[in-house]
Design a binder for this molecule. Structure first.
Ligand code: NAP
Length: 201
């Protein structure tokens, strides 16, 4: 079992924290408002971002993609030597020739970043069997050993190995992050309902 720090306390963070704590991991939820956060789920430790990053072995970025480079860059010392799982999306993915994950990696050279779970509605991240069609969990990362650790965590989130697709290095996250160009149209057509990108073959 691992010590997992989750940055943010919104929909994605809450779902991942509850599921990972339920699987036996020691979960630290990092928030900007330690005193104001009213946590009612599976017991976790509530702390600030720096403490969650510093005390954890694996850190999950569940904060907005917009501003993430500055927000996480400020935590570079605490994130030194850690695996950072980035599930965030920017609202303007076409605004850069690099993926957000690549920009985070450049800001955090001593951290091994793995991008995953950013191509689905938040409920699917922790309940992949809830859709009628099997979803895909894409992986992008420069370090194979970090991707192996993240694959094991996905197993704890109930992802079968055959639903996990390792795309390659962090440059491949440009593809998965571009899904944000489609999301507003999907929500307009289908409402705020669970969906995920999948590979039909
Ligand atoms: N919702 C989805 O279905 C979904 C799917 C795929 C990917 N994602 C990505 O996952 C990340 C989290 O999404 P979410 O739906 O959980 O969002 P959310 O409910 O709005 O939560 C985001 C959390 O980030 C923290 N935060 C830090 N700086 C912030 C800022 N400037 N503005 C707002 N929040 C800030 C807040 O936690 P504290 O107040 O505790 O600091 C907030 O609760 C985003 O990058 C999103 O693109 C979401």
């Amino acid at each position: 079992m691992s010590i997992i720090g989750i940055l943010g306390s919104g929909r994605v963070a809450t779902g991942l924290a509850n599921k990972l704590a339920g699987a036996g991991h020691d979960v630290l939820v990092g928030t900007r408002n330690v005193d104001a956060l009213n946590w009612t789920g599976t017991p976790v430790t509530i702390t600030d971002y720096e403490s969650a990053a510093r005390r954890a072995q694996i850190v999950i970025n569940a904060t907005p993609g917009d501003g993430a480079v500055d927000r996480l860059g400020a935590l570079s010392a605490a994130l030194d030597g850690k695996i950072l799982i980035d599930v965030s999306n920017s609202h303007n993915p076409s605004g850069s020739e690099h993926s957000l994950a690549e920009l985070l990696q450049a800001a955090l050279p001593a951290t091994r970043i793995v991008k995953t779970l950013n191509t689905m509605f938040f409920t699917v991240m922790t309940d992949p069997h809830s859709l009628r069609v099997p979803p895909t969990a894409f992986l992008s990362g420069n370090d194979d050993s970090a991707k192996a650790v993240v694959t094991a965590l996905l197993t704890d989130l109930d992802w079968p190995a055959e639903w996990i697709e390792d795309l390659g290095d962090l440059g491949t996250a440009r593809g998965t992050e571009a899904l944000m160009l489609l999301v507003p149209s999907l929500i307009r057509n289908r409402g705020f309902a669970p969906f995920a990108l999948t590979i039909a073959a």
